[in-house]
Design a protein around this ligand. Structure first.
Ligand code: 0GY
Length: 306
């Protein structure tokens, strides 16, 4: 089935540069997606955007090019609760990928067990209205209770202004909770202002909460290397990400977010995104935790990074 991309859609960056920063052996790209290909794995009727194709082989080629060893493939909203493309990527990864699914209340136990066998280790609850329709909290809590029994965790995606309203719901979740992209702070606001302070407090008070310190290209107002020069790329995001990495070094993850859905303005060179890592994790010890020890503990607890 042929799909027409959303007008203005930016395709992922072909031919990314080789990063100058060498990630430690066994590093995990803990936030990335596959899209289709649409003629094999059709996009969901309820989707809010139609992307370009971004296949598992293209993802794994990027992994090798950037020097990573493993991936965590997060179900993208354009596939709704049809997890076949993501699961297909896992089963063809040779054990080098884990997955985060989207499920509805009607998911069968047998399907959850099959996904577990394929490498799924969590579900994502998404609160961005531009990406998903509303799901009642009681349905999410029911799902949370079921997946907790499998030892899975919950990934939450929300915007910082919504944290006060969602706080009680998030703190009622019975599993490890991983926040996407630091809860999307507004980096034009002061780092010590009330909004980001609330997010730091959220993590400080709840030891089951982790954060991905990903997506400078999505959060930055100051912009990409082309505007700032490589040394200053996304410089406004650095203090926010660094604060989280240094305050919670054992509860942070990093990911490329390839193929970068819904970006406006520019598509990042993934090699330069990797070169951003030493700006936010400034010592070898912090980088080892961020890129290897933490994701291995969460996704491959029975293995050590190579
Ligand atoms: C991200 C961010 C976005 C999209 C999705 O599943 C998705 O569609 O996650 C976004 O548009 O901010 O993490 O990939």
């Amino acid at each position: 089935m042929a799909f027409e991309k959303t007008p203005g859609w930016l395709d992922w960056y072909a031919g990314p540069s080789k990063p100058r920063f060498q990630v430690p052996p066994g590093a995990v790209d803990a936030h990335c997606h596959v899209f289709g290909p649409g003629d094999t794995f059709p996009f969901a009727p309820e989707r809010k955007y139609t992307p370009c194709d971004a296949s598992k082989q293209q993802l794994y080629d990027l992994r090798d090019h950037l020097g990573f060893a493993r991936n965590v493939v997060v179900q993208a909203t354009c596939h709704g609760a049809d997890n076949r493309a993501m699961v297909d990527a896992l089963v063809h990864s040779g054990g080098k990928a884990r997955g985060i699914a989207t499920v509805r209340r009607d998911v069968a136990d047998a399907d959850l067990h099959a996904m577990h066998a394929a490498g799924v280790r969590g579900v994502r609850f998404n609160f961005l209205k531009r990406l998903v329709d509303f799901t009642p909290k009681d349905e999410l809590l029911e799902i949370a209770g079921r997946i907790a029994r499998l030892g899975w965790h919950i990934v939450i995606y929300f915007e910082s202004v919504d944290l006060p309203e969602l706080w009680d719901f998030f703190t009622a979740l019975p599993t490890t909770v991983v926040v996407d992209h630091m809860g999307r702070p507004d980096v034009a606001k002061p780092i010590d202002g009330p909004e980001f302070a609330l997010f730091v407090e959220f993590m400080a008070r709840h030891p089951n909460v982790w954060s991905k310190v990903s997506c400078p290209e999505r959060l930055s107002v100051s912009g990409p290397p082309a505007l700032n020069g490589e040394q200053n790329a996304y410089r406004d995001v650095i203090p926010f990400a660094r604060r989280i990495v240094e305050t919670f070094p054992d509860r942070v993850l990093w990911g490329t977010d390839w193929p970068h859905p819904n970006l406006k303005g520019h598509m990042p060179d993934d090699g330069l995104l990797v070169d951003f890592i030493p700006h936010i994790a400034t010592t070898p010890d912090l980088r080892q935790k961020l890129l290897v020890d933490n994701p291995m503990r969460l996704y491959w607890p029975d293995e050590t990074g190579e």
